[in-house]
Design a protein around this ligand. Structure first.
Ligand code: NDP
Length: 484
């Protein structure tokens, strides 16, 4: 593939300093292409372009803006096959997932916010001496900084509400998966987005810092690790930028003794092996009631054993490679730690061998039992296909243990007892709770974590709160009664 450049003001642009980095195919280890690395002057140019673009964009009506977003969604669907393939090649995600979970999810989001764009409105109220009204205004130029696990989806989840509300966005993809955000930018342009409203700059953490510290940027939305979230918030504090942070997790899935076992097993698998386990909301701590543990484990291991690890471009593949060799080593390190600390391996636990893909970063779907809450793999986010099984005897006990973590992103409850389901959902310290399912994220539903898993919500109309500033206008109906 030819060198990929920066996307600024509706066109590709060479980096001022001429620096490039490489992006690899995680299934083969081969270099896909070189990608331009933005420096400070590129970021400054992107901000100046965004300022001009935003002036044009925010002057358009909500309905006009919405039409552009909906057209972009249509184009995403028309180009689904090629985009899904690019996402699978760049990030190693199985082609069985990317058309729907990545490209489809991005299109859904653009459609949703396209439909909402005309509906942003303020309020009106009479008060003594007159009335006031409020105006939700765009904040200006927003920075979106993405993680590597859902590249085009994250680019859409951040840009769609930002743009619908009349902002411009400068998006920095993760260095490991820089390709599809550029395609989204091309499609935005094709759909009629004015130049400068969506710019893509590329690079590493340093480029991210140029965004979080830039005086011309009003807001930062990051998807990434907790440590990065804290660094971004600290950097943003100097210029008091508002932040939305979608960070990591160590989420519990609680399976009570009256649960539908097959559904619960399916959810535990989705919550640990989909996208090779590289999902922030994953249910990496699966608590199963002691009386059904044996039956649950038997079904889980039997089904997980059938997962096919292999070429992401093979439609029959369930589990692709880890996104990078470094990340694979990190996940394998956690697996070793689990063994050393006394965990009992029920499945997997090794680097997977895939014929023809000897350089690929594959790891076997792994299931640990015999764990306790204080073990490293039960406490820390692994971000790989590693499921930790834990037992429990009472509702009170499991809720307390489920909440005993600094994270608070998500959680799941499996039970047929509706009162217990809602009681437990209410007690879980998590931003998202699924009852009798796991990891579904329709765009209509607010998405975001509690505690150290983040700040703010993405998706749903709630997202507008983070991409608008509310102006209050007081209107006097009488004379000014000055006491002097
Ligand atoms: P990172 O935190 O390493 O990186 C996220 C993004 O931030 C990347 O674009 C990265 O650039 C950039 N970045 C890194 N340091 C800085 C900095 N100091 N200032 C500005 N930008 C910076 O996360 P990963 O990409 O490794 O993604 C995995 C993490 O993301 C996991 O913890 C996962 O849980 C979380 N995540 C959370 C989700 C949620 O919605 N809650 C969803 C998906 C993932 P570069 O890539 O070049 O280093």
């Amino acid at each position: 593939m030819e060198d990929q450049l920066l996307w600024i003001h509706g066109q590709y642009k060479h980096p001022e300093k001429g620096s490039f980095f490489e992006t690899n195919n995680p299934a083969t280890g081969e270099v896909i292409c070189r990608v331009a690395e933005a420096g400070q002057s590129d970021v400054d140019i992107a901000v100046a372009s965004a300022r001009r673009g935003q002036a044009v964009w925010s002057a358009m009506s909500g309905a006009e803006r919405g039409r552009v977003l909906v057209r972009t969604a249509q184009l995403l669907r028309e180009h689904c096959e090629e985009l899904a393939r690019l996402e699978s090649v760049d990030g190693g995600k199985p082609i069985a997932e990317t058309p729907e979970a990545d490209v489809g999810s991005a299109a859904d989001c653009l459609e949703f916010f396209g439909g909402q764009a005309a509906s942003l409105h303020g309020e009106y109220q009479t008060v003594p001496g007159g009335f006031f009204y409020t105006r939700p205004e765009p904040v200006g130029i927003c920075a979106g900084i993405g993680a590597w696990n859902y590249p085009i989806q994250i680019a859409a989840w951040k840009s769609a509400p930002a743009l619908a509300a009349g902002n411009a966005m400068i998006f920095k993809p993760a260095e490991l998966t820089p390709l599809t955000a550029l395609k989204l930018a091309e499609l935005y342009k094709q759909a009629g987005l004015p130049d400068g409203v969506f710019n893509v700059i590329q690079g590493m953490a340093d480029t991210g810092k140029m965004l979080t510290t830039h005086p011309g940027i009003a807001k930062v939305s990051l998807t990434g690790e907790v440590g990065t979230g804290k660094a971004v918030m600290r950097a943003a504090a100097d210029s008091l930028k508002s932040v939305t942070l979608e960070l990591g997790g160590k989420s519990p899935l609680i399976v009570f003794d009256d649960a539908d076992l097959d559904n619960a097993v399916g959810a535990a698998m989705l919550g640990n092996f989909y996208t090779q386990g590289q999902i922030c909301t994953n249910s990496t701590r699966v608590f199963v009631h002691d009386t059904i543990r044996a039956a649950f484990i038997e079904k889980l291991v039997a089904r997980a054993r059938k997962l096919k690890v292999g070429d992401p471009l093979d439609p029959g593949t369930d589990v692709g490679p880890m996104v990078s060799a470094d990340h694979m080593r990190g996940v394998l390190g956690y697996i070793e730690k689990g063994k050393q600390e006394g965990g009992k391996l029920l499945l997997g636990g090794e680097r997977a061998k895939v014929p023809g893909f000897e350089q690929g970063n594959f790891i076997e779907p792994t299931i640990f039992d015999g764990l306790s809450d204080d073990m490293t793999i039960v406490r820390e986010e692994i971000f790989g296909p590693v499921l930790s099984l834990l037992g429990f005897t009472s509702e009170e006990e499991v809720v307390e243990r489920a909440n005993r973590t600094e994270f608070g992103l998500a959680g799941g409850v499996f039970t047929r007892d509706i009162q217990r389901a809602h009681r437990v959902a209410a007690q879980l310290e998590a931003g998202i709770v699924w009852i009798n399912h796991y990891n579904l994220t329709p765009v209509e539903m607010p998405f975001g974590g509690f505690k150290q898993s983040g700040i703010g919500k993405e998706n749903s109309r709630r997202a507008f709160e983070h991409y608008t500033r509310l102006k209050t206008v007081y209107v006097a109906e009488g004379d000014v009664d000055a006491p002097y």
